[in-house]
Ligand binder design. Structure first.
Ligand code: SF4
Length: 601
């Protein structure tokens, strides 16, 4: 087999077994891999009916057919399960070097069920696997775990693991690989913790074979020419990382501030990529086979936040910064390092702390209940709160549940800035209409990387749209969602799509796998994945009523900035979106749509 290895590792932690199995060639072709193939396996397992923390909830680590090839930025994998944060399907994406190593070891994916009687780690090496006791590893931070596991396995092993947050079933816990690359969203780290699985170390020396070497080389060359000449992928991302967006988004009045009370943060420049580059950046860092190198190793030379680590990238700089009213870049940077070490999603953590701060501001959460004051802009609270959350101590035990559950406990769920109980990322739906529809319809809840319409609405890629206009945004959201599902299933980093599109990705897939992928069939595969995820969520109990945004964004006009007076027009966009998707008025795929996509089996 080419591109794919055609094999998965099935691990039953209750039984203590790990066995290799063949994957279905038809499923590989039509669901492509990674997010798509993992969704198919989750759906077939009936995971929509299981408690996310039950041993039966599968936890899937899935690569794509391009992962580990020398296609541009082809180092990605997805972690999938039923989410303990949302109850919806979770597919959380990460880069680094772990996923290619899994391919080199001879597997496309690892499928984990059950629960070990005591903490364990998994050691996968060149077609073999062992479940080993994690003696002395439970309680360790991410970097401590990585060093310790490598010492017990192989100096070149790549490690994906959880920190203390995942061990304590913190619903916003992530899986971190290569110490700072995270499958960050939807609480996948908590599911790993619920299985008593601390880490997966992988080491492989085998090849990832491509079907047509000459065609693959030519397709790669065409893609690289575009990546190396596009201003975002050749200059913006390499120079400043994703945080180059801070000032851009703030200038559009779309930088959510103090729990989305406004879209303008006057001190935005103090937490921008440009300032980070000037103050704390050590060097750039790349994932496997990536020329963009958006990773940001950083160091703070002195003061209370002295130390070294990685990031923050744009979303983290926003969530830990403007959303909490914090402009102290050292505090934001240090909090981000702490999130990496504790294994916490910085987007959901910052957004949940911001929600707690607003509950406190309005008198719904008292100082006695919080155990302390929760003031906007408090950098010390921001930093200390990460550890408290990971260990579920004090206010941290509230934050560990995510903002929807926390705000509901105090009688004000409307103050949770979430879709399907997952916190929004760093763009204001009142100032950028399409991204609001993207959040509302995202299959994994509030998320920017399911349909990044910021590209056309703000950055003008592939063409400039007016962000304040709702007309025709349903078309763009659907197109971006389907294309993104293909990218995530292929094993490429989403950032390549600033420069290349579905035709280039289809060429790479066809040359790598030998299957007849075209731009049309590739986009159809993305649409198939999207609808399968939707079917999962419908079976999990989600309805049209869940395709919405927080009441504030629908009814409170933006108070200032370029989007002053605007509200999100989901009411206009959603019916059109359902129509374009071939769904009925309740948001259910029609029989004709399912048949067209081959989703009847
Ligand atoms: S663009 Fe950034 S996140 Fe994507 S593969 Fe490259 S270094 Fe990794």
């Amino acid at each position: 087999m080419y591109g794919w290895t055609g094999r998965m590792l099935r691990v039953d932690l209750t039984a203590g077994t790990a066995t290799a199995e063949e994957l279905c060639p038809h499923d590989l072709h039509v669901f492509v891999g990674a997010r798509g193939l993992g969704s198919k396996l989750l759906y077939d397992a009936g995971a929509y009916d299981v408690d996310p923390f039950a041993p039966e909830n599968p936890l899937i680590f899935a690569t794509g057919p391009l992962t580990g090839t020398y296609a541009p930025s082809a180092g990605r994998y997805n972690v999938l399960c039923r989410s303990p944060l949302t109850g919806a399907i979770a597919a959380s994406n990460s880069g680094g070097y772990w996923a290619p190593e899994l391919k080199f070891a001879g597997f496309d994916l690892i499928y984990v069920t059950g629960k070990a009687a005591a903490p364990v780690y998994l050691w996968v090496h060149d077609g073999k696997a062992e479940i080993r006791p994690a003696d002395g590893l439970w309680g360790k931070t991410v970097s401590e775990t990585e060093y310790a596991v490598r010492a017990r396995t192989h100096p070149e092993a790549k490690v994906a693991c959880i920190g203390p947050a995942g061990e304590r079933l913190v619903r916003i816990a992530c899986v971190v690989n290569d110490r700072s690359r995270a499958a960050g969203r939807s609480g996948v780290g908590a599911v790993m913790g619920s299985k008593n699985l601390k880490a997966i170390a992988v080491r492989g020396t085998g090849p990832v074979r491509v079907a047509d070497k000459e065609a693959f080389k030519a397709a790669r060359k065409r893609a690289m020419e575009k990546i190396l000449t596009h201003p975002v992928t050749s200059a913006g991302l390499p120079a400043y990382g994703t945080a180059v967006l801070v000032n851009v988004i703030n200038a559009h009045g779309a930088f959510p501030t103090r729990n989305f009370q406004t879209g303008v943060f006057p001190e935005a420049d103090r937490i921008s990529g440009e300032t980070l580059a000037k103050e704390y950046l050590v060097r750039k860092k790349a994932c496997f086979a990536c020329s963009m190198a958006c990773g940001r190793p950083t160091a703070i030379p002195s003061g209370p936040y002295r130390g070294a680590g990685e990031g923050p990238e744009y979303e983290a700089a926003w969530a830990l910064g403007a959303d909490c009213g914090v402009s102290d870049l050292a505090a934001v940077t240090h909090a981000n390092w702490q999130c990496n070490e504790m294994g916490i999603d910085p987007i959901s953590y910052g957004a949940t702390l911001a929600c707690a701060m607003e509950l406190y501001q309005r008198g719904y959460l008292s100082k006695e209940q919080a155990g302390r004051e929760l003031r906007w802009g408090d950098g010390h609270l921001l930093v200390e709160g990460v550890r408290l959350t990971a260990f579920r101590e004090g206010i941290g035990n509230l934050l560990a549940e995510g903002s929807y559950r926390m705000a509901s406990e105090f009688g004000h769920p409307e103050l949770a800035m979430t879709a399907k109980k997952q916190e929004y990322p760093a763009y204001e739906p009142r100032a950028v209409q399409g991204i609001g529809l993207s959040y509302a319809t995202s299959n994994r809840g509030g998320c920017h990387v399911r349909g990044y319409t910021i590209a056309p609405e703000v950055l003008g890629i592939p063409e400039k749209l007016d962000p304040l206009v709702a007309d025709n945004k349903a078309f763009w959201v659907k197109t971006f969602q389907d294309a993104t599902a293909l990218v995530d299933s292929s094993g490429l980093c989403l950032f390549v799509t600033f420069a290349i599109g579905v035709p280039e990705i289809a060429d790479l897939l066809a040359a790598a796998t030998g299957e007849a992928y075209t731009a049309e069939s590739g986009l159809l595969a993305g649409e198939r994945v999207w609808n399968l995820e939707r079917m999962f969520n419908l079976k999990a109990g989600f309805t049209r009523a869940d395709d919405t945004l927080a009441p504030r964004l629908l009814s409170e006009p933006m108070p200032e900035g370029p989007a002053r007076g605007q509200v999100s027009r989901i009411d206009l966009m959603l019916p059109e979106y359902y129509r374009l998707r071939g769904w009925d008025e309740e948001g259910r795929p029609t029989e004709a749509t399912l048949a067209r996509l081959g989703l009847r089996w």
